[in-house]
Design a protein around this ligand. Structure first.
Ligand SMILES: N[C@@H](CCC(=O)N[C@@H](CS)C(=O)NCC(=O)O)C(=O)O
Length: 207
């Protein structure tokens, strides 16, 4: 299987975390987002949304990081990330959709404003945008922190796809100046994730 990705993309990292955790080998193809390779006709054929990650499995093409995570978990011999019951699966989906809708968009803005914008030569941070995204981020973290109180993992008693989905964008916490240390439950849970082999083997320097 082949994964089109970018090393600074937390959406890509989400998929790499699952592949590492489950021992699934992936051929990695870098799409240079800074040079606009995601907008070239061959890549747009794979993903008309001009985004990484994209998985290619023997002619089958799948985009959207959360869907790729679920696909890999279903295919793997190692079933530890595959939720067993309907309610466990629904819980995992709930938190993955929540991440895509609430947490990740706020982090993407903060990452862009505080870090990527400068790398892309697109000027300084826009303070109004930062303030707006910070408020969204804090609101999402309040929900997450309350959920993690008294829990080791997001869903049930072991690591799930939801943990990896949510942790991936938080990995940009330094670069994106994410105020997560103030959220004690998130910080405790995040340290557990950072200790995992799959996390350490997918690190990109700033975490
Ligand atoms: N919902 C998509 C979002 C993917 C996404 O935002 N990818 C970013 C990198 S993290 C990207 O490729 N951006 C380039 C662009 O939008 O042109 C997913 O979860 O896979």
């Amino acid at each position: 299987m082949r994964l089109y990705y970018h090393p600074l993309s937390s959406c890509s990292r989400r998929v790499l975390l699952v592949a590492q955790q489950l021992g699934i080998p992936l051929e990695l193809i870098t799409v240079d987002l800074f040079r606009g390779e995601q907008n070239t006709p061959p890549f747009l054929k794979l993903n008309p949304n001009h985004q990484v990650p994209v998985l290619e499995d023997d002619g089958y093409v799948l985009w959207e990081s959360y869907a790729i995570m679920q696909y890999l978990a279903e295919l793997a011999q190692d079933k530890t990330l595959h939720a067993q019951t309907a309610q466990q699966r629904a819980d995992t989906s709930r938190w993955m959709y929540w991440c895509g809708q609430h947490l990740s968009p706020a982090i993407s803005i903060l990452n862009w404003e505080h870090s990527i914008k400068e790398m892309a030569g697109s000027g300084p941070a826009d303070h109004a945008e930062v303030e707006r995204a910070e408020a969204k981020f804090i609101e999402a973290c309040q929900v997450l922190d309350a959920h993690l109180a008294g829990r080791d993992w997001m869903c049930g008693k072991q690591l799930s796809l939801a943990d990896l989905a949510i942790a991936a964008p938080l990995g940009d916490w330094q670069r994106a100046k994410l105020p997560i240390i103030q959220f004690g439950q998130i910080w405790r849970w995040f340290q557990q994730i950072r200790a995992l082999d799959c996390w350490q083997s997918t690190e990109q320097g700033t975490d």
